[in-house]
Design a protein around this ligand. Structure first.
Ligand code: ZN
Length: 141
């Protein structure tokens, strides 16, 4: 990939260095990604931008072993649905622990890291990943 292409993508990702969603002050519901209209309140809803604290719990997860050729070095990795403390869920990769050590209910926090591979086979690139808040016992590396 050409250098300038990487720089362009990197600028774009920097704007994702916070988990920004929104919050309906009418029904006290948080949304990520942000919604243009609160689906519960419709026109009565009042949405404000909200920066999530980045703390949550693993709701479900999957260990991904089959990855595109270019990603072999990262396999296996864990994709999880994280329930943020504010009550909304998002999908993210879990890092800084072995795939076997990930469990439902594990406390995680958002961490932001440089992403080194882009766009192959329509891969969705997120600026954030999640890591355990506590050091996992039995961690081998
Ligand atoms: Zn609402």
């Amino acid at each position: 990939m050409a250098e300038h292409g990487v720089a362009q993508i990197w600028r774009k990702i920097k704007s994702m260095y916070n988990i920004i969603g929104n919050h309906c002050t009418t029904c006290n519901t948080y949304y990520f990604p942000p919604r243009p209209v609160c689906p519960k309140c419709r026109r009565k809803g009042h949405l404000e931008d909200y920066k999530f604290k980045g703390l949550g719990t693993i709701h479900t997860f999957a260990i991904v072993r089959q990855v595109p050729e270019d990603f072999k070095t990262q396999a296996p990795y864990v994709m999880a649905q994280v329930e943020l403390d504010e009550g909304t869920r998002l999908t993210a990769q879990i890092v800084n622990c072995d795939a076997e050590d990930v469990s439902i209910g594990m406390r995680v926090r958002a961490c932001f890291r440089k992403i080194t591979e882009f766009g192959h086979g329509g891969l969705i690139v997120y600026g954030y990943k999640f890591e355990p808040t506590m050091k996992v016992t039995g961690h081998k590396r």
